[in-house]
Design a protein around this ligand. Structure first.
Ligand SMILES: O=P(O)(O)OC[C@H]1O[C@@H](O)[C@H](O)[C@@H](O)[C@@H]1O
Length: 310
């Protein structure tokens, strides 16, 4: 296993973590700008995360991969949409406090974000945000966030959060999401009104922007055409946002191709409905786990329980 800094251009670094394998190697790319994973490939070199061909350069947020929404999800507060963490230059954390040993992890890198003077003017709270990005032996990707309140004035703070994961899919019309059936959700397209999802797996025929509440710890994204299933696991993150802008919104987005909505789906483990509150000295931990497994899905033949419970 090895880890190296690939390049340093105008202060923005890219890190590649690779796992040597007998036939090929899987490469994951992380940008220090935004603390953002922007590439996750399988043994065949196929990209598993979506990145827009029109993604623009810093200081704008980067459209694709896994942006981190902190300390605000969406427009739920006074800060810029999705908070400032995705727009800041993170640093490599050379000496992170230990995390429990996980024998499945074969390579990892630790990043850290602390607020600048300007950040403190906008959001007057001192914090340390540590992010461990790890690869398992089978190519699984995990992101563990640790956020600590380091205020010295005794004040607690509250925040909302999301791992805004952009999955690459062959054709959104052929994708099903399983695990969110019967869940309550807030519909961002209907003034955050609360509804209950029907009993069937979620399919996509138009714009979707929903926050599923108290979602299960495992969600499956089944890509019929690719015969691939993404299994998303989450810890410490009660909600799951599902977003696809569809055609009209795609056209209105400057950093997104007009037809790219067909090839992406965001499923975002999140803490949105109930903000997380930390007292000084307290730390919160949230984890996202991703794996891509072959699925022999044929319409009507999939047993969702098998996908979700192994
Ligand atoms: O364009 P942005 O700021 O990256 O946000 C993209 C989308 O992100 C999703 O998480 C939100 O639910 C949507 O409402 C939003 O449009």
């Amino acid at each position: 296993f090895f880890l190296f800094l690939k390049s340093k251009i105008r202060g923005y670094c890219w890190i590649h973590i690779s796992r040597r394998a007998p036939v090929s190697c899987r490469i994951r790319t992380i940008r220090l700008f935004g603390g953002q994973v922007t590439s996750w490939k399988n043994d065949h070199g196929e990209e598993l995360l979506f990145v827009s061909s029109k993604a623009i350069k810093p200081p704008k947020p980067f459209r694709g991969g896994i942006p981190i929404c902190f300390p605000q999800f969406g427009t739920q507060g006074n800060l810029e949409q999705h908070g400032f963490a995705r727009n800041r230059l993170w640093a490599i954390d050379d000496n992170p406090p230990p995390l429990p040993v996980n024998p499945a992890i074969k390579a990892f890198v630790d990043l850290i974000l602390k607020p600048s003077e300007d950040d403190l003017k906008m959001w007057p709270h001192s914090f340390e945000f540590r992010l461990r990005i790890a690869l398992g032996a089978g190519g699984d990707l995990s992101l563990t966030s640790r956020i600590r309140n380091t205020n010295t004035d005794g004040r607690p703070f509250s925040y909302t959060f999301a791992f805004h994961t952009y999955f690459s899919v062959s054709d959104i019309s052929e994708v099903r999401v399983e695990g969110l059936e019967t869940m309550d959700y807030l519909d961002n397209m209907k003034g955050k009104e609360r509804f209950t999802e029907q009993g069937d797996a979620i399919v996509f025929e138009s714009e979707v922007d929903k926050v599923y509440l108290a979602a299960p710890s495992k969600v499956a994204i089944i890509d019929h055409d690719m015969r691939r299933t993404f299994v998303v696991t989450k810890e410490g993150l009660p909600d799951a946002v599902v977003w696809n802008p569809w055609d009209k919104k795609a056209k209105a987005m400057q950093d997104f191709g007009d037809s790219e909505y067909k090839h992406m789906l965001c499923v975002e483990p999140a803490a949105v409905e109930k903000p997380i509150t930390l007292k000084p000295g307290e730390e919160w931990k949230g984890r996202l786990g991703l794996s891509a497994v072959p699925s022999s899905y044929c319409s009507g033949q999939l047993d969702p329980l098998k996908v979700l419970h192994g």
